[in-house]
Design a protein around this ligand. Structure first.
Ligand code: SF4
Length: 379
């Protein structure tokens, strides 16, 4: 196949659905976690769950970078933006994420903070060059997909000697999050989340390759299939996972062969390794503090590290107690199980990060009306 719409072909989707139905043993159940918010959106948008037999369940994972950013980091960004000398540059989907006390970057901007929406880290570099009297801070978030662009910007700033540019680094790592889920009590002894395999990230894997997931099959006996974001990609990955479960295999398989190699993108991973190092621990919304799951700038680039430059601290801050984002990100609950879903919390009035981000599970279920079929099923 050559064009994106070929991966959305309804006739092929029905053929694949029939194949999945034949593969799924009627006396077995299959529970697969799609790690990525991109997969969650494809599943909701194209109604993939409606095409699957009842004994194949999809569970949403924590692969939305905006959703997993804990409240304390949002609060820290707001405090930073409120400094009179700072221009904070961030991606658009961060601006409405709720912080503590009803604040958000949007509200801080309305109150006068200099917050600018950018499409890339290089936009922030350009602003820093244009406005040398401002301290320009790039609010960097994302999994391994976006980390190379941040690394490139820091390298460029170093080469240019750009003294008024820095990065508030919140880059996090996918394999550590998968390990955290697999070692959680909910997926272990208490058994609230059953996971028979993973639909693995597409874009992240173009950077890191398939090798970093091999622990998942080797140490936890969980199959994983790296899959693209189109509906036929996701359906083919589900068929491949069912095959692995039926045959008692636990392997890392690559459905997204058109973009992912085992060793990943070596140029991008070298750029990351030049600039960043592992943090001992990083806090995630829903997962708590996960060892070796986040990145910070190496000491030789400390001059570009906003946490060092401005003495940023981000003490933990509690989420809205009625918001179930944490449980949704761990796969324990579905969006419609939150009391606020679709009532107090909608994309226009988000109470939690999962309703704000374009990759959030709550936003996906609301936007594509997936909660209606669930409501019918439970009524
Ligand atoms: S519906 Fe809103 S409040 Fe409930 S879990 Fe989702 S984002 Fe949080």
């Amino acid at each position: 196949m050559k064009y994106a719409d070929e991966y959305r072909d309804g006739r092929l989707a029905r053929t694949l659905a029939a194949r999945i139905a034949r593969k799924a043993a009627p006396d077995a159940t299959y529970h697969f976690m799609e790690f990525c918010g991109g997969h969650t959106h494809a599943i909701s948008r194209y109604g993939i769950e409606d095409l699957l037999p009842g004994n194949v369940e999809l569970i949403h994972g924590p692969g939305c970078p905006v959703c997993v950013l804990p409240m304390g980091r949002i609060d820290a960004a707001i405090r930073l933006a409120e400094r009179r000398d700072v221009t904070l540059c961030c991606y658009g989907d961060l601006i409405r994420v709720p912080g503590s006390h009803g604040m958000s970057l949007l509200r801080a901007k309305a109150a006068g903070a200099d917050i600018r929406l950018v499409y890339s880290s290089l936009d922030a570099i350009r602003i820093a060059e244009r406005e040398p009297r401002r301290e320009v801070v790039f609010f960097a978030i994302g999994f391994e997909t976006t980390t190379p662009a941040t690394a490139f910007a820091i390298g460029l700033a170093a080469r240019k000697g750009l003294a008024n540019f820095s990065v508030f680094c919140n880059h996090v790592l996918t394999p550590a999050a998968i390990q955290s889920i697999l070692t959680s009590p909910e997926a272990g002894e208490c058994g609230r989340v059953r996971i028979d395999g993973f639909v693995g990230p597409a874009h992240v894997s173009t950077i890191i390759g398939t090798e970093p997931y091999e622990f998942c099959a080797r140490d936890f006996n969980k199959p994983i299939v790296i899959a693209g974001f189109e509906p036929l990609d996701v359906m083919q990955a589900i068929a491949m996972l069912i095959d692995q479960v039926n045959e008692g295999r636990c392997e890392v398989e690559n459905q997204y062969g058109r973009a992912v190699r085992r060793q990943g993108n070596e140029r991008a991973t070298a750029d990351i390794a030049e600039i960043f190092e592992l943090r001992e621990s990083f806090e995630w919304r829903g997962l708590g503090c996960v060892p070796r799951s986040g990145l910070r700038l190496k000491a030789k680039y400390a001059t570009f590290d906003a946490e060092c430059r401005f003495g940023i601290e981000s003490p933990p801050a509690p989420d809205n107690p009625a918001c179930e984002c944490g449980a949704i990100l761990r796969g324990v609950k579905k969006p419609a199980e939150c009391k606020l879903f679709g009532t107090l919390c909608t994309p226009e009035t988000p109470m939690g990060s999962c309703m704000v981000s374009a990759e959030g599970a709550c936003a996906a279920h609301w936007t594509y009306g997936r909660f209606r079929s669930q409501a019918r099923a439970t009524s």
